[in-house]
Ligand binder design. Structure first.
Ligand SMILES: Cc1cc2nc3c(=O)[nH]c(=O)nc-3n(C[C@H](O)[C@H](O)[C@H](O)COP(=O)(O)O)c2cc1C
Length: 175
């Protein structure tokens, strides 16, 4: 199972469109895909204590643990992923150990393209994740209504999914 996490809390989020496109692409290539959307599954703020007992936190940690790879879609907020995603990682910690992870960002402008690096560093150094060395970084022109704008951005999702599954297959086979 491939887990896709959508972290935007915006009602008409663009990164959620990327997350859904990734789910569809995974399914079209015969992979099982699960979408975990933080706007539907509310998570408590991480307090390092009782929050770990929350049912949604446990569900997410289990899904991450089971996943062949995790694809994360986030808004860029203040040159970083959003706080909801950082919070989700804080809450699920060790479930990420050794996972193949790929990253999709929706941003307001072109300048924040390295905003995923803080999360990537944390996942690599804390949990020895393998970060797929291809990100999606999409601004407004990549979207139209509640879908992707054109074939070019669809191709970027297709390529990301293909490289994620290829890497996950290789890593999981060797375990
Ligand atoms: C609090 C906040 C901070 C933001 N910071 C940045 C930023 O640093 N760089 C950027 O390119 N866009 C920034 N944006 C714009 C968002 O990345 C953009 O609206 C994106 O579409 C949000 O993703 P979403 O539609 O999935 O919620 C910011 C938006 C908000 C609300």
């Amino acid at each position: 199972m491939f887990l896709v996490i959508s972290s935007s809390l915006h009602p008409t989020s663009r990164s959620r469109i990327l997350a859904r496109a990734a789910v569809e692409q995974l399914q079209q290539t015969g992979r099982e895909a699960t979408l975990f959307d933080l706007v539907i599954k509310n998570l408590p703020a991480c307090d390092g204590a009782s929050a770990y007992a929350d049912a949604n936190v446990k569900e997410l940690a289990d899904l991450i643990h089971q996943a062949e790879a995790v694809l994360v879609a986030s808004p860029v907020y203040n040159y970083d992923v959003n706080a909801a995603l950082k919070n989700a990682v804080e809450l699920t910690g060790r479930a990420w150990t050794g996972k193949v992870v790929s990253l999709m960002l929706a941003a307001g402008g072109q300048g924040s393209y390295m905003s995923a690096m803080g999360l990537a560093n944390s996942l690599m150094l804390d949990f020895r994740c393998l970060i797929v060395p291809r990100f999606i970084y999409a601004t407004g022109d990549a979207f139209e209504g509640d879908g992707l704008a054109d074939e070019e951005i669809q191709q970027r999702v297709t390529t990301l999914v293909s490289e994620t599954t290829k890497l996950a297959d290789a890593v999981n086979r060797s375990h």
